[in-house]
Design a protein around this ligand. Structure first.
Ligand code: AMP
Ligand code: MG
Length: 338
């Protein structure tokens, strides 16, 4: 049975996402003084990644948001072991700031054991634990962008079965309006929220109520017929040869907008881009927290999120099922088989 969005307490989720986005934006400004380390797969993780996961989990639980006891989160407490006491202190400080900002000061963890439990709650394996409905959280998507002072996103999606149905994207460095250059940090940032079948909305990172956000939608057609495309900033995150071939087949002549993170989904959902191509390199398997939230926001805004073979993108627990890669588009732009 489809989830009734009015049972999800989405205003409380928005408050937690807004507060954590503001703290993540401040953390990005002081990133030089934050502890960071490389995970086993060589991907970077910072204090901000861990603090935001802790704050969102604790905030949703304290506000009584359903399904927040366990979730699919990118981070786990294993990163704490490598980070030492400086990292733990910074996580407690930043998560506490976010929860005070969200008016949930009593939810702020003060002890290591509480921080560990909150991080380990992100280790949900939906199939193994028999969960058909779950939140999927990437606390800082685009950590490489965060570390460069460029774009990153806090991405929180609710998945029902294999479909993202609700999505929140907190984008502390992305302006709400069209910009000449998305490579620099906007001072205010933006937030996107979508409920599939009910629409998508956007506002500033100070938003506290869904109704205060402004409705958004994908572009009806590319302006002047010129398709605006978003690609990963990190060229290693896609197959460049296949991407070039697909862009040529689609007739794209504009310069791609290269942005880190699920900010690319926000660009399509808000009509500032018509297409986001993510054609995976051989052997890479996409993770659900990198797509669940963005997919829900784009679908709620009227867009299409599918595999390179034209099947709807599906979530498979902690993974994404999208053969050949992911195509995100306004319905009027079709990408020929490539
Ligand atoms: P983006 O900035 O859109 O490229 O997305 C950032 C995300 O890409 C990170 O959160 C990683 O999980 C993911 N990622 C890491 N390595 C790869 C890879 N080789 N191919 C595709 N995505 C990757
Ligand atoms: Mg990510």
């Amino acid at each position: 049975m489809p989830i009734a969005s009015d049972t999800l307490n989405l205003n409380a989720v928005l408050v937690a996402v807004s507060a954590a986005s503001r703290v993540a934006g401040r953390a990005a400004a002081e990133r030089g003084s934050l502890a960071d380390l490389l995970k086993d797969d060589r991907s970077p993780v910072t204090v901000a990644d861990l603090a935001v996961q802790v704050a969102i989990t604790a905030g949703m639980r304290a506000a009584g948001v359903p399904h927040a006891d366990r979730l699919v989160g990118e981070e786990g407490s294993d990163s704490l072991d490598a980070g030492g006491s400086k990292m733990l202190e910074q996580i407690i400080r930043l998560a506490g700031e976010a929860l005070v900002d969200a008016d949930l000061p009593s939810a702020a963890p003060t002890r290591e054991a509480e921080v560990r439990e909150l991080l380990d709650a992100g280790g949900l394996d939906p199939a193994a634990e028999g969960r058909d409905v779950f939140w999927s959280l990437d606390p800082i998507d685009g950590t490489k962008g965060f570390l460069r002072g460029q774009q990153f996103a806090l991405a929180l999606g609710l998945v029902e079965g294999d479909s993202p149905v609700v999505g929140f994207l907190g984008c502390p460095h992305l302006p709400l309006e069209v910009a000449e250059d998305y490579g620099t940090a906007d001072s205010t940032g933006s937030i996107y929220a979508g409920v599939v079948g009910e629409g998508a909305r956007a506002g500033g990172t100070d938003a506290t109520a869904m109704a205060s956000l402004t409705p958004i939608a994908v572009s009806p057609t590319p302006p002047d017929g010129r398709v605006r495309v978003c690609l990963s900033y990190e060229k290693a995150h896609g197959d460049q040869d296949r991407t070039s071939a697909a862009l040529e087949a689609t007739g794209v002549s504009t310069t791609p907008i290269r942005i880190d993170s699920q900010c690319k989904y926000a660009m399509v959902a808000s009509g500032r881009a018509d297409l986001y191509l993510r054609l995976a390199r051989e052997g890479y398997r996409e993770k659900s927290w990198d797509h669940a939230a963005g997919c829900a926001v784009v679908r709620a805004a009227g867009g299409v999120v599918e595999s390179a073979t034209g099947e709807p993108l599906r979530i498979a627990g902690r993974w994404v099922d999208a053969p050949g890669g992911i195509v995100v588009r306004t319905p009027s732009v079709e990408v020929p088989a490539h």
